[in-house]
Design a protein around this ligand. Structure first.
Ligand SMILES: Nc1nc2c(ncn2[C@@H]2O[C@H](COP(=O)(O)OP(=O)(O)OP(=O)(O)O)[C@@H](O)[C@H]2O)c(=O)[nH]1
Ligand SMILES: C=C(OP(=O)(O)O)C(=O)O
Length: 212
């Protein structure tokens, strides 16, 4: 089974607010874009993925991510993350009615295509399945088989909320890169230790080595 992935991204100026102690206003939007670029590049390199739609109203991110090969879906109905994901899943299914669809966060700069492929292969065994984040509190991926509605409930305590919604929790070993979302400075250090993509590495180098 090959998948269509839906990746949500807020406007860069507002993204990654919890990284403000690590990256000032000058660098944070670029860091959020670098995370999204490295995430989308890894998704597009994954053999289990047919195509990627990024849900965003950010013009710069839209240009840069479509250059990588993503389709850009405008953020509608502008009622937050879950409404945007549900809308985008509907849009991609209009084009491909029988597609398996998965939502994946845009803040996975250490993402490895082979690990994503293993997660998607396992998700394909269930109508709906999700992968908890590295902290075991949130969610990095929510998958729906062909013909099954995505019904996303990302946000606070989304691991419990996705479990309560009937989605199957995936408990795989050695898929750390798919679970390693970056919300804080400590998360960024953990992602750097796993090994991040080239765009995040370049911005992180500027963060850690201040310019003269
Ligand atoms: N399209 C879209 N994406 C969103 C929206 N809200 C959040 N996202 C994206 O969903 C994922 C998780 O978002 P959050 O944790 O709420 O925000 P964040 O920018 O990652 O981090 P904080 O600002 O620190 O909360 C990220 O990929 C965000 O860019 C929204 O309203 N629309
Ligand atoms: C929105 C979520 O991600 P974050 O950890 O970035 O808040 C979530 O885990 O449901």
């Amino acid at each position: 089974m090959r998948w269509t992935l839906v990746v949500p991204l807020k406007p860069l100026a507002r993204a990654k607010s919890r990284l403000s102690a690590t990256a000032g206003d000058g660098l944070r939007p670029g860091l959020a874009l670098a995370f999204a670029q490295d995430t989308v590049a890894a998704v597009l390199a994954c053999a289990a993925v047919r195509d990627v739609a990024v849900v965003t109203d950010d013009a710069l991110a839209g240009r840069e991510l479509s250059r990588l090969g993503a389709r850009i879906v405008p953020d509608a109905p502008r009622a937050g993350l879950n409404a945007a994901l549900a809308h985008a899943a509907g849009v991609v299914r209009t084009a491909r009615p029988t597609s398996a669809v998965a939502a994946l966060n845009a803040d996975l700069p250490a993402l490895r295509p082979d690990e994503l492929a293993r997660v998607l292969e396992t998700a394909a065994e269930f109508p709906r399945a999700f992968l908890p984040d590295a902290a075991d509190i949130g969610t990095t991926l929510l998958a729906a088989a062909p013909g099954v509605e995505l019904r996303p409930v990302f946000g606070t305590d989304s691991r419990a909320r996705h479990r309560n919604s009937g989605a199957v929790e995936l408990t795989l070993d050695a898929v750390d890169s798919v679970r390693r979302d970056v919300d804080t400075g400590e998360d960024l250090r953990a992602a750097l230790a796993l090994g991040v993509g080239p765009r995040t590495a370049a911005v992180a180098a500027r963060l850690l080595i201040p310019e003269q």
